[in-house]
Structure formats: structure tokens, C-alpha cells
Design a binder for this molecule. Structure first.
Ligand code: SF4
Ligand code: SF4
Length: 411
């Protein structure tokens, strides 16, 4: 009989799950020179917002040494070698040179909330104070016609230069009438197309904006879709998760400040620095997975000993994200750390495919097809198939064991 654990292990540990983090000396030297020129160009430009980064972090009790530690961690997160650290520090102080316009569509505002929630803010959180956030209807004081005017002015003034952050899905059913904005009743779709027209790049934040998220869950009555389904002909970056991690938002902006370009993306348009590997690859419970030690039900001996949560539904092996490294809430913890499996919130269709407390065997899995980035694609297809088979075998074995014990009881 095939050992399902061996089969699952083989697939989950294959090399293609890891992305290439070293592009060679020539590549980094060239990028370094470009970044230096970009920084010196930005230094000559006037700040769009008169707030000094160092003053802000010092006012929160973060000293220069802590800041440099953050710089070093962020440089590594962006998959850049240590020689970039001084440039990342300078870029951080220049974040107020890049205008950001943030619009909110069909969502719960959880991504905006993730930015605000910190009680002891990290440098990532504080950067949003420094950032030239030209418009954010949830956070700003202006309302009604004043807010409309502020938005129009920002888009006009920073034509071709601003990053458009989009939070929320776009309802397309019933001619988009499920979501309208402003006195004119512009639909979310029309609003997105108008706002993105003159943006330097569009950044979809959170799983609703990237893949439709919960609004798009079956039967998707509003016909919700993500930004990349609609915005064409300009760079779109997806930062999925529910909510997106502020550190990944900062990473994308910092990369743009540093290089003038968006970071390298996978075919689902997610930055590889954050979504190039799986939660499972860096999970603190991974050794238990490899050792075949699983939580079988809540509260059992495995749960008490922090064993792997796969059999109670963890979708970490199918989910590309860096939560297991950077964590949430000021880096305090993350779902698996507190004993709850990952529900795959940064993957397309996660609510229908992954968000339940059982392994994949009974799931109606739509494997990723067409244009999926090679390593992810190769890996994803193999993984989903083998996982289904592996856990299916396990389920069959469990069912047989269950039947036997029923028989024994009857006897
Ligand atoms: S808890 Fe989830 S992510 Fe962690 S090792 Fe187990 S299956 Fe992988
Ligand atoms: S652990 Fe999984 S469900 Fe939780 S935030 Fe990360 S990707 Fe989403």
C-alpha cells in the first residue's frame, strides 16, 4: 500500500517550492547603481509632506539602532543583499516623495484597519504617517464634496506619478449598481477605471481587491471581481491576504522609491519577495509535519504539544505568503502560532476552496491553470493533485479503520 504521508512529504519538500534569491553579482551591482541615482534624484525633489521619518520614529521611542535593525530585516525581506541597507535607510526617509492615492470599494476596510490597529507601532506602521497619502477616504478628515475635490486635485496634480492603492472588490453585476460612490453615483467600476488611468502603478491591497475575496465567494451575487480583471495596460501589483500585511505594503512602496519600479511579480501579480514561497516552508510546526505528528482533533495531545495542524485543516502547504516569517500585530504572532490552521486567505477563491476545518480530500479544487508562474504553477499543480491523493488515501485508511472499529463494537 502507498504511504500517503510519504507521498505528501515528497511533494511538500520538493525544490521547486523555493524561489531563486540570488540573481548574481552583476545584477545586484547594476541595481545598486540605479538605486543610487534614483535616491539622489529624489533627494533633490521637495518633500510632498513635511514630516521627517526620523522625528516620527523617535517620537514613538524607536531609537536609531532599532531603526537600523528594521532596515536590515526589510532589506532581507525585499531579497536584496546587505550592501543595499544604506540605500534602503535613505529610501525610507524619502517615502514622502511618492504620492499615494487610496480608494476603497466593496470590502470591510480591514486592510485600512490593519494599518491603524497597532498599539506599539512598528516602523512599517509609522511609515504610513510619513507617506504622502494624498487621499484615503476612511482615514482623512474631509468628507462629501470636499473629499471629492481633494481626490480630483490629487489625481490631476500628480498625473502619471501616483501609486493608486485599491482596497475592495469591484461588483460588476447589474451594471455595477451594487456599488456606487459620490453624488454622481459613479459605479465602483467607473471610479476604478478613472482613478487608475493616470496612476504610475495600481496596487491591489487585500484579497477582495486582488482576487474578489469574500464578496466573490459562491454564488457571488454582486459579480465581484478583482482589480487585475479590469485594469489593463499598466503595472498592477497584488498584495493579497485578509488583511494584507502592512509590512508587504511598505515593501512594495519602498521598492518603488528605491528603484522607480514595481518589484518582481509571479503570474498572479504578487511580489515574489513576499509571496515567492509557502507558509509551510517556514512554519514553526514544520518539523512535526515531517515527523508525521499531527493534531487529529482540537484539544488532543497533538494540540497540546503544538504539532502540525494539517489534518485539522491547515492550508499552509497550498498558500504562498510570508506570514510565518513576518507575522501580524507588530510581529506578535500569526494564526498557526496560536493553534489555528491557515485558511489560505492570500490565494484566489480561498473562501470557497480553503476556508474550512478539514484537509483537502473532499474539496472541489480548481487547480491553477494558464499563465501561472513556473515554479508556483509546477509546484501548485503537483501539490494539489498529490495532496488530494495523499489525504484521500489517508481518509480511505481512516474510514476503513473507523468501519473496523464499528464492526468490533457491534461484535
Ligand atoms: S501547521 Fe500548516 S503550515 Fe505549519 S507545517 Fe503544518 S501544514 Fe504546514
Ligand atoms: S496564515 Fe494563512 S489565513 Fe492567516 S493571514 Fe496568513 S495566509 Fe492568511
Amino acid at each position: 500500500m502507498v504511504d500517503s504521508q510519504d507521498m505528501v512529504k515528497k511533494v511538500f519538500t520538493q525544490k521547486s517550492a523555493r524561489i531563486d534569491t540570488n540573481k548574481g553579482e552583476e545584477y545586484y551591482n547594476c541595481l545598486f547603481e540605479n538605486a543610487k541615482q534614483r535616491i539622489s534624484m529624489l533627494q533633490k525633489q521637495p518633500a510632498l509632506k513635511d514630516i521627517d521619518m526620523i522625528d516620527v520614529i523617535e517620537s514613538e521611542g524607536i531609537n536609531r539602532r532599532d531603526f537600523m535593525k528594521w532596515v536590515s530585516a526589510t532589506t532581507a525581506t525585499l531579497m536584496l543583499p546587505p550592501m543595499f541597507e544604506p540605500l534602503v535607510a535613505q529610501a525610507t526617509e524619502l517615502m514622502n516623495r511618492v504620492p499615494v492615492v487610496w480608494i476603497e470599494l466593496q470590502d470591510c476596510a480591514g486592510n485600512s484597519e490593519a494599518l491603524l490597529r497597532s498599539s506599539a507601532p512598528t516602523v512599517d506602521d509609522l511609515l504610513f504617517d510619513v507617506l504622502s497619502l494624498e487621499f484615503h477616504e476612511t482615514l482623512q478628515a474631509a468628507a462629501g464634496h470636499d473629499a471629492d475635490r481633494q481626490l480630483e486635485e490629487a489625481v490631476e496634480h500628480f498625473k502619471g506619478k501616483y501609486l493608486l492603492f485599491v482596497e475592495g472588490a469591484i461588483p460588476m453585476a447589474n451594471d455595477g449598481k451594487y456599488g456606487t460612490i459620490g453624488a454622481s453615483g459613479e459605479t465602483f467600476h467607473e471610479h476604478l477605471m478613472r482613478m487608475s488611468k493616470d496612476a504610475a502603478a495600481v496596487v491591489a491591497v487585500g484579497t477582495c481587491a486582488t482576487f474578489g475575496g469574500i464578496p466573490a465567494a459562491a454564488p457571488n451575487p454582486t459579480g465581484a471581481v478583482g482589480v487585475m480583471d479590469l485594469v489593463k495596460g499598466k503595472p498592477v501589483v497584488n498584495i493579497p491576504a485578509c488583511p494584507a500585511n502592512p509590512a508587504n505594503m511598505v515593501g512594495v512602496i519602498l521598492h518603488f522609491v528605491l528603484t522607480g519600479q514595481i518589484p518582481e511579480l509571479d503570474s498572479l501579480l504578487r511580489p515574489k519577495f513576499a509571496f515567492g514561497y509557502r507558509i509551510h516552508d517556514n512554519c514553526e510546526r514544520r518539523a512535526h509535519f515531517d515527523a508525521g505528528e499531527f493534531v487529529e482533533e482540537w484539544g488532543d495531545i497533538g494540540a497540546q504539544n503544538n504539532w502540525c495542524l494539517y489534518k485539522v485543516g491547515c492550508k499552509g502547504p497550498m498558500t504562498f505568503n510570508n506570514c510565518s516569517i513576518i507575522r501580524y500585530n507588530e510581529g506578535t504572532n500569526w494564526p498557526v502560532g496560536v493553534g489555528r490552521g491557515c485558511i489560505g486567505c492570500s490565494e484566489p477563491d480561498f473562501w470557497d476552496k480553503y476556508a474550512y476545518e478539514r484537509p483537502m480530500a473532499n474539496a472541489n479544487i480548481k487547480a491553477p491553470t494558464g499563465g501561472v508562474e513556473k515554479t508556483v504553477d509546477e509546484f501548485g499543480l503537483g501539490l494539489l493533485t498529490a495532496t488530494t491523493i495523499g489525504i484521500g488515501l489517508h481518509a480511505v485508511a481512516s474510514a476503513i479503520a473507523g468501519k473496523k472499529s464499528e464492526q468490533n463494537e457491534e461484535e
